[in-house]
Design a binder for this molecule. Structure first.
Ligand code: SF4
Length: 374
């Protein structure tokens, strides 16, 4: 393909034009599409909307395991025998301490994640109190992932100050029954529409590598565009032993990059996050993800370890990008150096977080006498 083809791709994306399904499929699979030129087209769009900034996200696994659902990719699912550390909802003080830690680590956004099908009314009330306190104490964006929620529930969280609700579509409608049998694609769509209807920003993405084909990925990218999703985590499946999806093959780094470019070109002004599986699947091409994506996680994922914080910050600096935070990238790196953080990368060998990594602010006296049911 000639240079003009890629410039036109970028221009049409910026002008809000939607590429045909056939062209989207080509971007994912055709050898006629050159990776570097596709990355450049995606970067032209990324630069227009987000400059060279990278948003750092820190995820707080606020309740781990014991989920009655059976999402085949998830270590917290009832069907999983991965052997993660499990615990009920963390005490409020611990969640607040972790919000403070996230803010001081340069995170732009703090994401609280709760396992389960969806929150009860009493849990929503508690979450609303916690969100209100975080927002009154730290200038940080707050995102929540708590399963299926209706309009009334999201409305209460919005009133408490919730900035964004995360609920991933994960895959296409047709492929959904191969990924989960305890809830449906329609259930997930209902939650996203409820949040959109009450004016809460949407965060919703996908997991690549669950046996879907390229058409499924194009469908998800277009659906998220129609929903006006402002934040799109693009995950690459981490196939843990004990999960239903335990023997999924590696995803080619070039394919990962093509997927990220597709999401950028179809969702031009969205926050595109290169999310779980970044280190394992992109491998030596990891830094290239910063050209289509403008966001990533530091400190790993829900139950999976990721690269060390200093290595991720250094990668951003080495590539000439900056971060969107109150503190400079240089200051954060200096602090990590003082802490003696290594530049290690975590590979697929020992991927599960231990209790200290999941609960750095945990104190023995905080252990609830019994599960509070929230
Ligand atoms: S509902 Fe959430 S926590 Fe439960 S199995 Fe599915 S992804 Fe995991």
């Amino acid at each position: 393909m000639e240079r003009a083809f890629y410039d036109e791709l970028a221009e049409k994306s910026i002008n809000g034009e939607i590429p045909s399904d056939a062209l989207c499929l080509e971007m994912l699979t055709s050898p006629r599409i050159e990776l570097l030129r596709l990355l450049d087209a995606a970067y032209q769009v990324r630069r227009k909307y987000t400059g060279n900034e990278v948003q750092l996200h820190i995820i707080n696994n606020a309740q781990n395991g014991g989920c009655p659902e059976d999402c085949h990719y998830c270590t917290q699912a009832k069907s999983s025998t991965t052997g993660i550390e499990t615990y009920p909802v963390k005490p409020d003080a611990e969640i607040l301490a972790e919000a403070q830690r996230a803010y001081e680590s340069g995170a732009y956004r703090y994401c609280m994640v709760f396992a389960g099908r969806g929150p009860s009314t009493s849990r929503i009330e508690r979450l609303a109190r916690v969100i209100k306190t975080i927002k009154s104490q730290f200038p940080i964006q707050v995102c929540l992932s708590a399963g299926l929620i209706n309009r009334e529930g999201v409305g209460m969280l919005r009133d408490a100050g919730l900035d964004r609700l995360n609920h991933n579509l994960n895959t296409s409608e047709g492929h959904y029954p191969s990924v989960c049998t305890t809830h449906t694609y329609a259930d997930r769509m209902d939650t996203l529409k409820a949040a959109r209807d009450v004016g809460v920003e949407l965060c919703s993405g996908l997991i690549v590598g669950m046996g879907e084909n390229a058409d499924d990925i194009v469908e998800v990218a277009k659906t998220l565009r129609e929903l006006r999703v402002s934040s799109i985590p693009v995950n690459f499946l981490l196939p843990f032993d004990g999960n239903v999806f335990s023997d999924a093959p590696d995803i080619a780094p070039v394919y990962c990059l093509r997927v990220l470019c597709l999401f950028r070109l179809l969702n031009s002004d969205a926050e595109i996050r290169v999310a779980a599986g970044r280190e394992a699947h992109l491998r030596s091409m990891e830094v290239m993800a910063l050209y289509p994506a403008n966001s990533l996680f530091i400190d790993g994922y829900l139950n999976a370890k990721g690269a060390s914080r200093s290595r991720t910050l250094k990668m951003i600096q080495d590539a000439g990008f900056t971060i969107k935070a109150d503190q400079s990238l240089e200051h954060l790196l200096e602090r990590e150096n003082e802490r003696g953080e290594s530049l290690s990368v975590v590979n697929r060998g020992k991927p599960i977080k231990n209790l200290h990594e999941l609960r750095p602010n945990f104190r023995e006296r905080d252990i609830p006498r019994e599960n509070d049911g929230l």
